[in-house]
Design a protein around this ligand. Sequence first.
Ligand code: MD5
Ligand code: FE
Length: 199
Amino acid sequence: VEIAPGAVHTPDWLSLVEQQRLVAACREWAAPPAGMRHTRLPSGGVMSVQTVCLGWHWTPYRYSRTTEDGSPVKALPGWLAELGARAVGDPGYVPDVALVNFYDGVAKMGLHQDKDERSDAPVVSLSVGDSCVFRFGNTENRNRPWTDVELRGGDLFVFGGPSRFAYHGVTKTVPGSGDPATGLTAGRLNITLRVSGLD
Ligand code: MD5
Ligand code: FE
């Protein structure tokens, strides 16, 4: 389903086995060092979402090879990059960053643009666990028009072309809506695959 030019939502794209593999992998990635944490904002606040980065470490508003405590960033495994290539239908798509976001029952993400990559390659978004309301806005500002889309566990979203730099966020999750057979019994996981354009 094309929500806007270049923004394509494919419900139920991941198999149950793929979701189970992602949940198990996220548990390993979440462990320290270089594990999952609430990102600190330069303003002094912390994000309600928890994140672990693979390939490159993201902090607002740049990528680096090391985490805040100096430990090396975990690798982005080949199988995950290949899942991304399958998602965009281009074997030449080779993401070198994954941001793994975990939303507990109260986490949200305010409207923002993803502009820290030096590449306009598409972003692949994979969701597991609880549903959320994903707000897909416009390229100009945080105001309307926007479209609210329900993203459910197993869904794929690809943001490419003119949609790559649109404002977007997560206004709420729906606790208890996920399939516990994935191995995730509470919360929402979102894995985004990106091309950093860095070396
Ligand atoms: C999430 N994550 O559900 C979302 C999914 C993030 C983030 O926003 O920055 O970690 S990714 C949605 C996305 C990425 C790139 C571009 C656009 C949307 N877009 O143009 O709408 O945790
Ligand atoms: Fe984003």
